[in-house]
Unconditional design. Structure first.
Lengths: 371, 243
């Protein structure tokens, strides 16, 4: 049994906020952990043989070859966010390496906690070497007392080797004062699988991200799933992009978005550049209170033999469905919450049960308050 | 059990039910017949409490209590239940989850009940998504079995059901309505809409009513009415009341 992490100055309320993102400070059922509070790296270890969880700085000192993985799929010149992070003299963040053929049964947790008004910056590199399987849950939260002006800049570069698999489940629990700018990209080699899941049930001032997966290898696969709720005051500009380069590669981009007065821009782009590739994009939106859901699905085929499709729908709760459940004895609020919970239910093929449960639990938590 | 007095119902701006009077006693099952569009389903949805059906005059008494202004869930809690002909598909909502929500206060053995209706493999499926006609009806009967209402409305329980399933569904409905009990001990009541009358082979009914143009135009022995309709169609059946 691993020793629980001693986190300085964290209140019980903040501990609960972290728990909602899947972060377990007792470290049970986790094979490794990286914890960063503001700019302090509190904990970084992994008990699994062949899998390393290192701080960015230590990793760079330890492995010279890592230079070839830093700023390769995300350009430091991309925008002001990447420029800011690239200019840091004391870079923060983590590097996770699953060496050839390793497999973590229990996920690794990466916790990024913002407790003060400032910019938290991280640069992460995640590598699954040939045949390795790596499951990561990334919980990001802010302290209950963080005021205006705080922001999180996160660069993540993923490398999925031949026949390797990475699942990356990110659960956010920020607050209405915080701006979040993840910048991430991945490259998937032959037979590799990349699953990227994003859940945000809580308010955030602004989030903007557009992760890209380049499916370089033959028969490589990427699946992006996002489940988000935007209350009034939240501005979420979310997207995901898959570039199908390898023969037989495929991608699926699925979004469930609910606005309760906030703005959600749901972008998606699949580019089919090789014959025998397939891609599907799906965005379903529900407007519970006047707000904005702006779905921009793009499919771009440029060769014979690529098959791409998309479906997008924005609507309201069906009265007929609510009354059907009411006729079974559920009151109107229960019926409404039950239908919303169903709407948000996305089962992710290939995701370990423990992580699917974590996603479900995070949505269930929102259901308890009636969404 | 159920008393409807001088009921007038509007959908949108249009009155669709006119001056309905109906009395169903404890332990009785009635059958409601009538051509398509005559208002049979409208009457059932109104009794269930669907908000689209606005009662403009008259009242509905259930077990002596005026439920006219109550919402569907309040009526359901008092013991009104309905088997829908075309229930909605609800994406992501698993049948098993809904059954758990319905059974909250009861200690029903959901897997066992599901198995008895050949629905055990459907508990983890989205409600009605890709269900066949028979599967929809079995899911409805399963929900009602757990809900266990005292008054059950059945909207064409045999529609879309193949021969093999009709006896399964017919018998399950029979047991919901306590048809296996002696008449004096029977406490459950029912109101069945049927087009074909097949369901009546599994369900003895006590009284029949014929609806046309939003009115109940004729009452009588259900088998006799059915026989008459089968022989002569609805036109003549109605003409007998509107010479």
């Amino acid at each position: 049994m691993p020793e629980p992490v001693k986190v300085p100055e964290i209140s019980n309320a903040d501990r609960d906020r972290l728990a909602q993102t899947g972060i377990d400070l007792s470290l049970q059922n986790r094979c490794g952990s990286y914890l960063q509070m503001d700019q302090d790296i509190v904990h970084s270890e992994c008990s699994e043989q062949g899998i390393e969880v290192l701080s960015y700085k230590k990793a760079m000192e330890k492995y010279d070859w890592l230079k070839d993985y830093a700023w390769k799929v995300v350009s430091p010149e991309k925008d002001d966010i990447t420029k800011y992070v690239a200019a840091q003299k004391d870079p923060k963040g983590y590097v996770i390496i699953a060496h050839k053929g390793t497999n973590n049964i229990f996920p690794i947790q990466a916790c990024l906690f913002l407790g003060r008004e400032q910019i938290q910056h991280v640069h992460n590199i995640i590598i699954a070497e040939e045949g390795a399987e790596l499951h990561i849950i990334s919980g990001c939260a802010s302290g209950e007392k963080v005021g205006h002006g705080a922001a999180h800049y996160g660069i993540s570069e993923f490398y999925i080797g031949k026949n390797a698999k990475i699942s990356f489940t990110m659960i956010h629990n920020w607050s209405e004062n915080i701006e979040v700018y993840p910048r991430s990209a991945s490259v998937v080699e032959e037979g590799g699988v990349f699953l990227s899941n994003y859940v945000c049930m809580q308010p955030v001032k602004k989030i903007q991200m557009y992760p890209t997966a380049t499916l370089k290898g033959e028969n490589s696969v990427a699946r992006f799933s996002s489940v988000v709720i935007a209350p009034e005051g939240s501005y979420m500009d979310l997207g995901s992009r898959a570039v199908l380069e390898g023969k037989g590669s495929s991608a699926e981009l699925v979004t469930r978005a609910i606005t309760k007065g906030g703005t959600i821009i749901s972008r998606g782009h699949i580019a089919g550049k090789t014959a025998g590739t397939r891609g599907h994009l799906e965005c379903k939106g529900l407007i519970l209170r006047d707000g904005v859901i702006y779905a921009i699905p793009e499919i771009e085929g440029s060769v014979v033999g690529t098959e791409l499709s998309h479906e997008a729908a924005v609507g309201k709760l069906a009265r007929e469905e609510i009354e059907y459940l009411m006729s079974r004895g559920l009151d109107e609020d229960e019926a409404t919450a039950t239908i919303i919970r169903g709407f948000l239910d996305v089962k992710i093929f290939g995701l370990p049960e423990a992580l699917q449960k974590q996603i479900d639990a995070s949505i269930d938590e929102a259901e308890k308050s009636g969404f | 059990m159920l008393e409807i007095e001088d009921l007038h119902v509007k959908v949108g701006d249009k009155e669709v039910l006119h001056d309905i009077n109906l009395h169903i006693g404890e332990g009785e099952t009635h059958v409601l017949l009538g051509p398509n569009g005559s208002g049979k389903t409208t009457l059932l949805m109104t009794i269930m409490g669907y908000s689209q059906y606005v009662i403009t005059e008259g009242k509905i008494l259930f077990k002596g209590e005026d439920v006219t202004k109550m919402k569907a869930h309040e009526r359901a809690k008092r013991g009104v239940g309905m088997l829908f002909q075309r229930p909605p598909t609800i994406s992501g909502l698993k049948l098993g989850k809904l059954l758990t929500a319905i059974s909250r206060t009861k200690s029903e053995n959901i897997p066992e009940l599901a198995q008895s209706l050949n629905m055990d493999k459907f508990l983890n499926r989205d409600i009605n998504k890709g269900f066949s006609g028979g599967e929809i009806k079995r899911s409805e009967v399963l929900q009602l079995t757990i809900q266990n209402p005292d008054f059950i409305m059945l909207d064409e329980p045999e529609s879309g059901v193949d021969i093999e399933n009709i006896s399964l569904i017919g018998n399950a409905i029979g047991s919901l309505l306590e048809k296996d009990k002696r008449i004096v001990k029977r406490q459950k009541s029912g109101l069945v809409i049927t087009h074909t009358g097949y369901i009546l082979d599994y369900l003895e009914t006590d009284r029949g009513h014929v609806m046309c143009d939003g009115q109940i135009k004729c009452h009588g022995n259900p088998r006799e009415i059915m026989k008459d309709i089968k022989a002569r169609g609805y036109r003549e059946c109605l003409e007998c009341r509107n010479p």
